[in-house]
Design a protein around this ligand. Structure first.
Ligand SMILES: [Fe+2]
Ligand SMILES: [Fe+2]
Length: 211
């Protein structure tokens, strides 16, 4: 079964969040030593509940804008507006700065080992709780396209979880993997691109190398 992306992909990789997080991370804490206390638990103590809520809203809203702008850029490129595509990508990068600043100020960033555990658990929650519920509801409403998309996403989350799990087990290994992401369903392949995606059957030209 051949599968095509929703819109044609532009020539440059739309990698909107390539900056290392550490620069902003250290910078924010240097100028805001109270940053670590801006958690939900610390909010009562600081009396800044509304600010914490606003930081969360900022993180969510800016993160959504990043994805939306990336897609707008692909649409602009596919419609023959390369300059508009660049504009959407540039602003997506800028929104990424806002989203990262809000997340860092919330004090929820930890070291890599804890981040891997957090990422693993959130994939498992998506696979075991969220997507099964979404699939049930889509089927109840006879929305087969949405049900299929949720099913694929659920299956891919399991793969993401496996990758995080094995990264946790081999944290100190120095071998660097090359990852290839299926741009149709989000499956992640290590080192070798499969002939077809094991989840959505997309052909190998739908995989994007990510280093
Ligand atoms: Fe995932
Ligand atoms: Fe796929």
């Amino acid at each position: 079964m051949g599968v095509s992306p929703v819109v044609s992909m532009h020539s440059e990789p739309p990698w909107w969040c390539t900056q290392r997080v550490t620069g902003g991370f250290e910078g924010v804490f240097a100028s805001d030593p109270e940053g670590l206390r801006r958690t939900t638990e610390g909010a009562n103590e600081m009396g800044n509940e509304r600010t914490v809520k606003n930081l969360k809203t900022t993180y969510t809203g800016e993160s959504k804008a990043i994805v939306r702008n990336r897609l707008f850029a692909e649409i602009a490129d596919s419609e023959g507006y390369p300059q508009i595509g660049r504009l959407f990508r540039a602003v997506a990068e800028a929104e990424c700065v806002h989203a990262k600043n809000a997340l860092v100020m919330l004090g929820e960033m930890k070291g890599t080992e804890e981040n891997l555990r957090f990422a693993f658990e959130s994939e498992m929650r998506a696979k075991n709780t969220h997507y099964p519920e979404f699939i049930r509801e889509a089927e109840a409403e006879e929305d087969r396209k949405a049900s299929q998309m949720f099913s694929r996403a659920r299956d891919v989350e399991e793969r993401h979880g496996q990758l995080y799990r094995s990264a946790l087990d081999s944290l100190m290994k120095e071998e660097l993997m090359v990852y290839h992401v299926c741009e149709v369903c989000g499956y992640v392949a290590e080192n070798t691109v499969p002939d077809t995606c094991p989840i959505c059957m997309a052909t190998r030209d739908h995989f994007k190398k990510v280093v």
